[in-house]
Design a binder for this molecule. Structure first.
Ligand SMILES: [Zn+2]
Length: 61
């Protein structure tokens, strides 16, 4: 399995990919998102909605 590499600082390794909770919070104090970023340079890989805080989705397929 290939190790992920940061495109910014070239740091290799899954341990350097960390997530933190977003600053945006619901009224109940729950963060809306997890922000996944490089712990070396701060490059953001992506933002993911927290699964524990599910909005009411209406799926139409
Ligand atoms: Zn980096």
């Amino acid at each position: 399995m290939a190790e992920p590499k940061c495109p910014e600082c070239k740091t290799v390794g899954l341990e350097h990919i960390v997530s933190k909770e977003s600053d945006e919070k619901s009224q109940g104090g729950d963060p809306w998102f997890d922000v996944v970023h490089c712990d070396e340079c701060g490059h953001v890989y992506g933002v993911f909605a927290k699964i524990t805080h599910q909005p009411r989705l209406k799926l139409q397929m």
